[in-house]
Design a protein around this ligand. Structure first.
Ligand code: DX5
Ligand code: ZN
Length: 215
């Protein structure tokens, strides 16, 4: 499968948000990962629909919106109207995940579910057939720059078997050149990377290194 990279803006220079997006897209990013945190589901707060809408006005890149919020049912529509191309929400935060998946898809947006490191993949049993993508957290969500949790590798292999070879399996947290090779080997094809890309002296080199890490 084609390996895609989705740089996480959490580690970018927010005072130059538009420019940072343009620079990673120019450097080969396949999509741009937007981490939405509410201070309830995770102990950190980032941005909401108005900021996403202004990003949308200044770029054509695919916006990969990761909702780390309680009650995603209440806000998904606002993020779609703001211009999200794909929305992923946490199963731990949602009472009726199948209903929310359909609602997002009916609005013309792609829908995916996210599992925290401590959530077993059994949660996907009745959802896997409906989603466009699965996102597996390889750190506990909330902050950039944390270390990759190696137990995620077996989970990636199990979820890849559930999804088949057509659909995207994204991994988020602690991805660098070494862990990228491991997650690709296990079956992931979309790599989120925040600190690794934005702290690299060359975004181009960072993204290229991640894309070819499994070769
Ligand atoms: C963590 C976020 C990630 C984060 C990843 O809660 O969901 O997207 O930015 O950052 P790195 O790649 O630095 O671990
Ligand atoms: Zn994320």
């Amino acid at each position: 499968m084609k390996i895609k990279v989705s740089p996480s803006l959490l580690s970018c220079d927010f005072s130059r948000l538009g420019e940072e997006i343009q620079n990673v897209v120019k450097a080969g990013a396949d999509m741009v990962h937007c981490d939405v945190m509410d201070g309830h589901f995770v102990p950190n707060i980032t941005f909401g629909p108005p900021v996403l809408a202004s990003m949308r006005r200044h770029c054509e890149a695919l916006l990969d919106v990761h909702l780390m919020i309680t009650d995603p049912e209440r806000y998904a529509e606002d993020f779609i109207n703001a211009g999200a191309d794909i929305i992923t929400f946490h199963v731990e935060a949602c009472r009726h995940p199948l209903r929310l998946i359909s609602k997002i898809q009916d609005m013309g947006c792609k829908a995916g579910v996210v599992l925290n490191p401590g959530t077993p993949e059994d949660e996907l049993e009745y959802l896997a057939g409906a989603v466009d993508m699965v996102l597996l957290m390889s750190v506990n969500p909330g902050f950039g720059g944390q270390s990759f949790i190696p137990e995620t590798l077996q989970k990636i292999a199990n979820v890849r078997a559930m999804l088949g070879d057509e659909r995207d399996l994204e991994v988020d947290g602690g991805i660098d050149e070494r862990t990228a090779a491991q997650v690709i080997q296990a079956g992931a094809n979309v790599l989120v990377a925040g600190a690794y890309v934005f702290r690299h002296h060359s975004y181009l080199e960072a993204i290229e290194t991640l894309k070819t890490a499994g070769e």
